[in-house]
Design a protein around this ligand. Structure first.
Ligand code: NAD
Length: 359
């Protein structure tokens, strides 16, 4: 059942966290590879350790001041958020900004709660005030009751993760109706934000969409995450730390495929709906590592047996989810989305990018 009835005209898109890995790629995809998008992007990012404005220098040069605007601001700063809605007449929010590293959330959850939960709340309140009928200028005044109507042609898209669903055994898949069962402070904070987003739809009729995606990979990812960490450690001859027995399973998707799905949801997704996005590409971490070793050895001429000696099994992460796997048939059937990048080709592109980085 393909239904492409909903067509939103999106002109002033607020991207939060656009100096990060997936948000930055979204901006590239929108400005460079999406001819049916003719509007502008406002990138609001606090530039935490994970954000790098310089990763978009080429975009700034090409589109800066016209179709691309950077605002170095924190989503927890209510005055700043309200001002951005007003200054740019925001009609669309694509909310990527978050604290994202599970290990950090275990050591120090504080920023996960304030950014992921309170930051999302701040954005929702700003959208509700700015998009209230009779308040098209967005003066930051929050309506007192839930009865006020929201103008049409606006949407708030929440970027979420498959981790909110918890952990699977050897079989089964997460669907859009799988109950949330987060198990780390990171996934709990994302789940809290998702619940708020859906509550704002049900209570205040805020037009929202939400997507839960599996693990992304590709260029520009901060090297604390599995794939870039392993590639860079291989390139620098450092140990390759593998949690537990290395048999935890993740589903991997090339970042650009994720963002093409987000664009489809923005344009055609049904208001108030959740969509799962996945690679249908499940792999044990140790298997992924061996693939990376093969590619790095081929590209650098190093002996794969030498790289293999640097594998170092370390004590497992507390509460380490065993398996994630996504059923993404809804977005395929409803919106005609499909993964387009073959996993080995995507990994090769990614390794090439990190080889260039260390040169
Ligand atoms: P990232 O860590 O690379 O980037 C996060 C960005 O958010 C950074 O630029 C950072 O500076 C910014 N940021 C953090 N706190 C902020 C604040 N208070 N105000 C403004 N900006 C702030 O993250 P990512 O991997 O690109 O993930 C983006 C989103 O996608 C997150 O919401 C994450 O939960 C979700 N997600 C990620 C994956 C994945 O595999 N990486 C998978 C599914 C969903």
């Amino acid at each position: 059942m393909k239904s492409m009835k909903m067509i939103r005209s999106l002109q002033n898109i607020l991207v939060t966290g656009g100096a990060g890995f997936i948000g930055g790629n979204f901006i590239r995809v929108m400005l460079e590879k999406t001819p049916d998008f003719t509007g502008r992007i406002i990138n609001m990012d606090a530039l935490t350790y994970a954000g790098d404005a310089a990763s978009l220098t080429d975009i700034e040069k090409k589109y800066g001041g016209s179709r691309y605007h950077f605002e170095h601001k924190d989503i927890r700063d209510k005055a700043a958020v309200d001002n951005i809605f007003k200054k740019y007449a925001i009609d669309t929010v694509v909310h990527f900004a978050a604290e994202t590293h599970v290990d950090r959330s275990i050591v120090k959850p504080d920023d996960f709660i304030t950014t992921n939960v309170m930051g999302t709340f701040t954005l929702l309140e700003a959208a509700r005030a700015a998009w209230r009928n009779g308040n098209s200028a967005g003066n930051g005044v929050v309506p007192v009751a839930g009865g006020d109507s929201i103008r049409s042609g606006v949407v708030f898209h929440q970027i979420s993760t498959d981790e909110v669903y918890g952990s699977l055994g050897d079989s089964g898949y997460f669907t859009e109706t799988t109950p949330y069962s987060p198990r780390s402070p990171y996934s709990a904070s994302k789940a809290g934000a998702d619940h708020l987003v859906m509550a704002y739809h049900h209570t205040y009729k805020l037009p929202v969409t939400l997507s839960n995606c599996s693990n992304n990979y590709g260029p520009y990812q901060f090297p604390e995450k599995l794939i870039p960490l392993m590639i860079l450690n291989m390139l620098n001859g450092k140990p390759l730390p593998v949690y537990g027995d290395g048999k935890n399973i993740r589903d991997w998707l090339f970042v650009e495929d994720h963002n093409r799905a987000v664009w489809l949801i923005l344009k055609h997704g049904r208001t108030g709906e959740k969509y799962n996005i996945g690679g249908e590409n499940e792999l044990e971490n140790i298997h992924l590592l061996r693939l990376l070793m093969k590619i790095v050895a081929k590209k650098t001429g190093r002996d794969i047996k030498e790289i293999e000696k640097t594998i170092n099994f370390v004590k497992d992460r507390p509460g380490h989810d065993r398996r994630y796997a996504i059923d993404c048939s809804k977005i395929k059937n409803e919106l005609g989305w499909q993964q387009s990048v073959n996993f080995e080709e995507g990994l090769e592109k990614t390794v090439d990018w990190y080889i260039d980085l260390v040169r």
